[in-house]
Design a binder for this molecule. Structure first.
Ligand code: SF4
Length: 482
């Protein structure tokens, strides 16, 4: 029997989500590397954490590694009566935790502050505080208060109060009683010679999307009960009965009216098209047709005037214009860390002109970004309003009038394109989806001019261009339906 493994705050939280995730995190094989977008979000969180610590400075920074040194330095800092200790390290019953900010009173009493780059307190933050408190109290400290310091969603740069301090002492207290039992169960899992045989379930996405989904969900076919639009918890009832494929569903299950086109398409193997609805939508279009897409950058710590934490800042656009059968293309990318919005909107308004429909995929996104620019720069308000009035949403075709089982229950452009226009694909591009585009954009603007910067810029331009070309080609298919 292997010895009990040391637990950390992250493995404890993983253990609350799923025993198999805990086992893999502690015993291996290692979890897959985070993708570029996840890493980008983690880096943003680190940047916010550093800034938060500065607000409590000066303080004693404890080095992250090696563990023994971190524990020793924390002990010494407490002995010396240091008030603010960052990344304070503690170990108790082989559980190792670090407190982002420890505010020590020098008499064995302290507060703990967990810094989060989210704009609100999340349920898992409470468990995070509870396990820290459990370990600190095991070390003889009394934790008077437990706080989450998170981004203030109402902060507007440059302003006051980028962070909000939220007292979660009571909430964390209420989780303390469960900790011994949770730890017993986790240690039992970790002592076993083999990983637990945990089945998939709603826990795979709660509270976080599990990094092992690619492995654990392999047995679920591409089109399954999980693809049925808005099926909610019913899908798990079917799954637990061994009903995974659409062809396994019982006859009595007809689905709600909005699920019927998908089920009918699965059963017939053909798309279900509401030709009347599609025809009236297509009749709304006015030439020239401008197919438009934006890319954005989200910064946890805003740097441009008038922006908020995590606001989506428009940095790039692509527009394909179709007029009398001829296709043209224009594009823009802001390639430095300065404020991109004025150049973005001026070049875009010029490219769109005053006539024709502006076709987007999921209008709330583009309309929302245009609204934000109009609020920040009222001199563009009238022209932006006129563009918004011309917006036509291609996604609504697939939401309301055209369903193909091949979309696997999602109407995202990435699911719709391979079915509607199989010859057009993102597969050969370095950047294949919006999250990666954002991570790569952040990397590009951090680089000095040169080969690597130019290479990323080219990849981003290709990606955004393909998004709008995809809409053009889908439009051509839709136009041919009678
Ligand atoms: S994918 Fe689901 S079952 Fe697999 S480890 Fe993650 S949470 Fe557990």
């Amino acid at each position: 029997m292997p010895p009990a493994a040391r637990l950390s705050k992250s493995s404890y939280l993983a253990g609350l989500q799923c025993p198999l995730l805990l086992y893999r995190m502690v015993r291996g094989p290692e979890l897959p590397e985070p993708d570029r977008f996840t890493q980008y979000q983690l880096d943003q969180g680190t940047a916010a954490g550093k800034l938060a610590a500065e607000q409590y400075g000066p303080g004693t920074q404890i080095p992250a590694f090696p563990l023994e040194e971190a524990l020793e330095k924390t002990r010494k800092a407490l002995e010396e009566g240091r008030e603010h200790i960052f990344e304070a390290a503690f170990s108790f019953q082989d559980i190792h935790v670090k407190a982002d900010i420890l505010v020590s009173r020098g008499d064995g009493h302290a507060d703990i502050i967990e810094v989060k780059s989210s704009t609100k307190v999340k349920d898992r933050h409470i468990d995070d505080l509870a396990i820290q408190r459990f370990v600190l109290e095991g070390n003889g400290l009394t934790v008077d208060s437990a706080f989450v310091l998170h981004m203030n969603p109402d902060y507007v740069h440059p302003g006051d109060s980028l962070f909000l301090l939220s007292d979660q002492t009571r909430a964390a207290d209420s989780r303390m009683g469960n900790i011994p039992e949770n730890l017993r169960a986790m240690r039992k899992v970790l002592r076993a010679p083999e990983p637990p045989d945990t089945d998939i379930g709603p826990h795979c996405g709660k509270p976080d999307e599990c990094p092992l989904k690619g492995e654990c969900w392999k047995h679920v076919p591409k089109i399954s009960v999980f693809s049925i639009p808005n099926i909610r918890s019913e899908k798990w009832d079917f799954y637990r009965q061994g009903l995974v494929g659409i062809d396994q569903l019982p006859d009595w299950f007809k689905g709600k009216p909005y699920q019927k086109p998908f089920l009918d398409s699965c059963r017939s193997g053909k798309p279900v098209i509401d030709r009347t609805g599609l025809g009236s939508m297509m009749a709304e279009l006015k030439e020239p047709l401008h197919f438009m897409d934006f890319e954005t950058l989200m910064l946890a710590v805003p740097v441009h005037p008038g922006t908020r934490p995590w606001q989506q800042i428009t940095v790039q656009w692509s527009v394909h214009t179709l007029k009398e059968g001829k296709l043209g293309h224009r594009e823009f990318i802001h390639d430095s860390a300065t404020d991109p919005r004025i150049q973005f909107i001026e070049s875009l308004l010029e490219a769109l002109g005053d006539t024709g429909s502006v076709i987007v995929y999921s209008a709330p996104f583009e309309k929302g970004r245009l609204e934000e620019i109009a609020e920040a720069f009222p001199q563009y308000r009238d022209r932006i309003d006129r563009v918004i009035a011309r917006v036509w949403d291609q996604l609504l075709v697939f939401k309301n009038h055209y369903c193909d089982s091949g979309f696997c229950g999602s109407n995202s452009l990435k699911n719709v394109l391979p079915v509607m226009v199989p010859e057009l694909s993102y597969a050969t591009l370095d950047v294949q989806e919006g999250g990666t585009a954002m991570a790569e954009y952040a990397r590009m603007i951090s680089l000095p001019g040169g080969g690597e910067k130019e290479k990323i810029k080219k990849n981003l331009l290709e990606y955004c261009k393909l998004d709008t070309l995809a809409m053009v080609e889908i439009h051509k298919v839709l136009s041919g339906i009678e």
